[in-house]
Design a protein around this ligand. Sequence first.
Ligand code: PRP
Ligand code: ZN
Length: 304
Amino acid sequence: MNTAANAAVRDRLRIAIQKSGRLSEPARALLSSSGLSWRESRDRLFCYGESLPVDLLLVRDDDIPGLIADGVCDLGVVGRNVLLEHAGERAGVGASVPFREWRSLGFGGCKLSIAVPEGWDWRGAAQLAGKRIATTYPNQLRAWLHEQQIAADVVVLNGSVEIAPRLGQADAICDLVSSGATLAANQLKPVQVILHSEAVLVGPTQPFDDVRAELADLLLRRMDGVLRIRDSKLLLFQAARDALPHVLQLLPDAEPPTMCAVDGTETLALQTLCHGAMTWQRLEDLKRAGAHGLMVVPVERMLA
Ligand code: PRP
Ligand code: ZN
């Protein structure tokens, strides 16, 4: 694909997502919940948008900030760690950073952490002085070491960081930890978090000045709707008027309820959108506080 040819096509929005990996499924799910659908190309690298002129490019996550910087893609879904690393790299050579985080997406949570061999008796970051630390995130690691005033050697690798200590390339590593399985499989233990990361929507620093502006707006509104109701449920119930203060105390994560009187009684029928999980335990607590006829209804779409 060549950039000059792409630059001419400005009537469709192009979103880059991870081809395979932790973020790829949830990213697709978020976009399809936002009403997008695609026809996949034979090589499975490009998905042509059918419901809206919004196409997907399936790439390596580390390439996403660069693709946006070069104008090949308009938006992307990537870990904050990747975004910050690329921003740091550009800033380091005095280049401007033409992309920024548009939204945090609430999935793909992980930690960029220092990990050391299991046998280390870890007593604190000062122990890293004079050690070699392998990473694919040199900018963030160097910034952190600088902040901690620790002089250590940063060994920059392109991948498979977790085997560096066993190969004698490094004493410790700095890598992404999600479940911790990769570290455990390599007899390493995480000892120090340097960044909490999650998936973010990344877009250009400058607003679009053509039809992509409207497409991006539409997509953002839908995405915000999806993100807002992710764990939300509509709760329907009845309660006697005098039990209501008690019941509402148990719903701190709910929107102000809509209520109406049940004809000819002191009973109220209520509905409210709850943002937290509505477990059996919570329903039983609500019932004890005086609610009855409780019903939890899934919310499919929301447009504020
Ligand atoms: C990260 C990291 C580890 C793995 C850790 O890779 O490099 O390999 O995830 O996950 P775990 O704690 O659940 O075992 P990432 O998803 O960024 O893929 P990539 O490095 O291949 O881009
Ligand atoms: Zn990666």
